[in-house]
Design a binder for this molecule. Sequence first.
Ligand SMILES: Cc1cc2nc3c(=O)[nH]c(=O)nc-3n(C[C@H](O)[C@H](O)[C@H](O)COP(=O)(O)OP(=O)(O)OC[C@H]3O[C@@H](n4cnc5c(N)ncnc54)[C@H](O)[C@@H]3O)c2cc1C
Length: 381
Amino acid sequence: MKTIAILGGGIGGLVAANILRDKLGDRVDIKLVERKRNFQFSPSYPWMMIGSREPEQVQRNLDLLEKKGIRVQHSEVRSIELDEQAVKTSGPEIQYDYLIIALGAEYAQEQIPGLAENSYHIYDLDATLKFKKAVEDFSGGTIAVGISRLPFKCPAAPYEVALLLDYHLKKRGIDRAKINFFTPEGMPLPAAGADIGGRALEFLKSRDIECSFKAKLKEVKTSEVHFEDGSTTSFDLLFCVPPHIPPEPVVKAGLIDQTRWIPVDPKTLRTKHENVYAVGDVTSVPTPSGYVPYLPKAGVFAHGQAELVAHNIATEIKGRGNEKSWDGHGSCFLEVGYGQAAYVKGGWFTKPRPSIKFYKPSRIWHMQKFLFEKYWMRHWF
Ligand SMILES: Cc1cc2nc3c(=O)[nH]c(=O)nc-3n(C[C@H](O)[C@H](O)[C@H](O)COP(=O)(O)OP(=O)(O)OC[C@H]3O[C@@H](n4cnc5c(N)ncnc54)[C@H](O)[C@@H]3O)c2cc1C
């Protein structure tokens, strides 16, 4: 019996494991390795930050997958031994016939002096709870919301944070709050093109959120952010997306390239090693006709890629059916507060340019995001 090892039980790993089980039944042994007990749905963290969600509403125990015949091993992946087709973990070692790497991205706040001590973020569940508390304690002043380094996951998330904070503080009657945004990007949502970036910027301006672009963070002091061009901005509360780095085991295995992520074939998500695939945030996917050179990191892409990889592995093992190509389609909600969300949808591989549409904020997209969360919490378990 063939063994398919899936590393990472986040969005990509969860989808791949489910689809392989659906398509192949018990013809294969599916092993999912994840260090955490629970699957955690990060698209809900912006809601958690303002007290609209509790931790138990955005998590599911991964052991629920065992009843479907997916073997879940809660251990730390230590190394990927490509020559031996083996994965060493803090638990039992795994021999694989097929390997799907879905380990996501790690964070490295220590790359920027003062960042860990002086800032908050919502890039994991515990950090979100800490920021939620800081927001509750905030009684007025300047909030700086920023992005430290590129690339980072979910291009809309920090903008969503700024807009939701603005809404939430007004709702709490804290009028004495000013939100300043900084980013090394040249405009908001650069991967969606100048038109959509411009519309997002107009929207931020309409909410009096001041934006600084091409601002590369150098250092953070107790109440001041310093940029590489010598400029500074002061804050009473700082939210900052941490630098993202690839997980250690993929670096040690020599899987990354000059992008610092795993290069994959954009259509098949194959790495250069036989029967080894990578999906989601851990990859670098070139977009030759795109507005930016590589696909942004987002759950919707991890999902689509995992579906595709699972389909193609199942086709190969069954020896019938046709291999498919991934089309680079995706979509994303941008919560803006007041019960509304905007929506961006499109294809990132279309030529001569990506075909992406922006739907202005409305209640409908907010409801859709709500349903999207419910789908994730139920469908895959
Ligand atoms: C605040 C926020 C909002 C977001 N909103 C959206 C949104 O609205 N739409 C959207 O499309 N995307 C959104 N994203 C991005 C989305 O969450 C990620 O792009 C997506 O989770 C990537 O999926 P993945 O499978 O590649 O990695 P992940 O989902 O991060 O999964 C990786 C898993 O690997 C595990 N892991 C890592 N290293 C090891 C190891 N050594 N041993 C064992 N386990 C390990 C991790 O614990 C993790 O569970 C958001 C992200 C954040 C932070």
